[in-house]
Design a protein around this ligand. Structure first.
Ligand code: URA
Ligand code: CA
Length: 441
């Protein structure tokens, strides 16, 4: 086989054979195919696209480029959840212990913050002592022994994605649907889960803000996972405004603990129960989604989900006392108010601007090497649909430095559109669409 022929074929809009795709990914992984040829092929794929069949083979080949967990490794049927990334998206911190409390096996590999979106691993690391850098053996023994683990991705899983993602970043080929789907799903497949739910965000704070694009991504993720034999579903959910009230690492741990206590913001709790319900049905722990939602809601109310979070923190060497004493979490030096410039009702709250303002305070990263400040972030006081008077507090900025503070404060004020006419505004629908697959094979 010859790489030039594969590039020419895709350049001319032809469909690649499974052998050609596997040959390419093998060459990417063992570095026998030079990056300039992979770059050309990536651009050809970006311009010509791929069929579902090609994307499924690409996903499978990438998943097998490094260490891969089988269902047996995971000790049976296990579940996973993925979010396409959002602002203040505290879901994973709540959902993973919640699913464990419901009796499911959840071994989840997660990521760090990049761009305006947060990352679960950074949030967990704000818990004193919490170890996310488990090696794969430690991760697997936790999953097998306790059915619960949440750790950072390791470089020995899906190495082909690490290589290709860096190339895509510098060749303007990130925004290709088949390449995005293969990148996301190869990591899910390698993670060993049999039931997978994807939270595809839509709206201003989402990686793909337009609903049409979110819909195409959701359908493709479900199609490719189903082709590879997984039970798949995707919810398209609102990210026009941040989820819950907190955006920032330790702040979101606090929000997660509140939610696991049954005292969290209702949008966050609802989303966790709706996403979790998909997986409970897949795992046979509930007959219908309605039954599953009730069951999950109960686990938030009766303390069982919080117990599972305590267990997760303890077994990964974190200080479990944070659950009953939130003051043990990193805390910013001071809180600064952003206030309403006039009275009215909140018509819009731009998640992207809130994410950018939180990053400016130090909650996120501008490059992969940046350090984050776990204590800083933004705590919303009002959201879309709420009424405010002039000078009411819109949000608090939790800050450790005066640098960028004025700019961040203006951004938070600017993120709010306050309609002075007095007409009421409804919060956007949280769950926009649901797409379920039928596993093949
Ligand atoms: N997330 C991923 O993991 N990969 C992509 O290509 C895009 C988003
Ligand atoms: Ca939040």
């Amino acid at each position: 086989m010859n790489t030039v022929d594969i590039i020419r074929k895709k350049r001319d809009g032809d469909v690649l054979t499974p052998e050609e795709i596997r040959y390419w990914i093998a060459g990417v992984s063992d570095k026998s195919i030079p990056e300039y040829q992979s770059s050309a092929l990536l651009m050809a794929i970006r311009l010509q696209g791929m069929t579902d069949e090609e994307t499924a083979v690409l996903t499978d080949a990438m998943a097998h480029s490094g260490k891969l967990f089988t269902p047996e490794d995971m000790g049976g049927f296990s579940v996973d959840k993925h979010s396409t990334g959002g602002v203040g998206d505290t879901t994973t911190l709540v959902l993973i212990p919640l699913l464990a409390a419901a009796g499911l096996t959840v071994g989840k590999l997660s990521g760090r913050a990049l761009g305006h979106t947060g990352g679960t691993i950074d949030k967990l690391e704000s818990i004193p002592g919490f170890r996310t850098d488990l090696n794969l053996d430690e991760f697997l023994s936790l999953v097998q022994d306790t059915r619960l683990a949440l750790a950072d991705h390791t470089d020995d899983m899906v190495p082909a994605d690490l290589i290709l993602y860096e190339l895509r970043d510098v060749t303007s080929t990130v925004d290709s649907l088949p390449l995005i789907v293969a990148s996301i799903m190869s990591k899910k497949i390698a993670g060993g889960a049999q039931g997978i739910v994807i939270d595809v965000k839509t709206g201003a704070g989402a990686f793909l803000p337009e609903l049409e694009d979110s819909r195409r991504l959701a359908h493709s993720l479900v199609a490719i996972g189903s082709k590879l034999g997984r039970q798949m579903s995707a919810l398209i959910t609102d990210m026009s405004q941040p989820l819950g009230l907190m955006t920032g690492n330790a702040l979101e741990v606090i929000e997660a603990i509140d939610t696991l206590r049954g005292e969290g913001p209702s949008d966050l709790a609802t989303l966790c129960c709706e996403l979790g319900a998909e997986l409970l049905v897949f795992a046979g722990e509930a007959a219908t989604r309605e039954e599953a939602v009730l069951k999950l809601d109960q686990l938030l109310m009766n303390g069982k989900a919080l117990d599972a979070f305590r267990q997760l923190i303890g077994q990964q060497h974190g200080n479990t006392a944070v659950i009953d004493d939130l003051a043990l979490l990193p805390r910013a030096a001071r809180k600064v108010e952003a206030r309403a410039l006039h009275a009215g009702s909140v018509a819009r709250l731009d998640a992207l601007e809130i994410g950018r303002a939180a990053n400016l305070l130090g909650a996120g990263r501008f490059t992969k090497e940046d350090d984050i400040d776990p204590a800083v972030g933004i705590q919303l006081n009002v959201k879309v649909g709420d009424r405010v008077e002039k000078d009411d507090i819109l949000a608090w900025l939790h800050v450790n430095s005066e640098e960028h503070l004025d700019q961040a404060c203006r951004m938070v004020e600017g993120a709010y559109t306050i309609d002075a006419s007095g007409d009421p505004h409804q919060p956007p629908a949280l769950i926009v669409e649901r797409i379920v697959g039928t596993p093949e094979g």
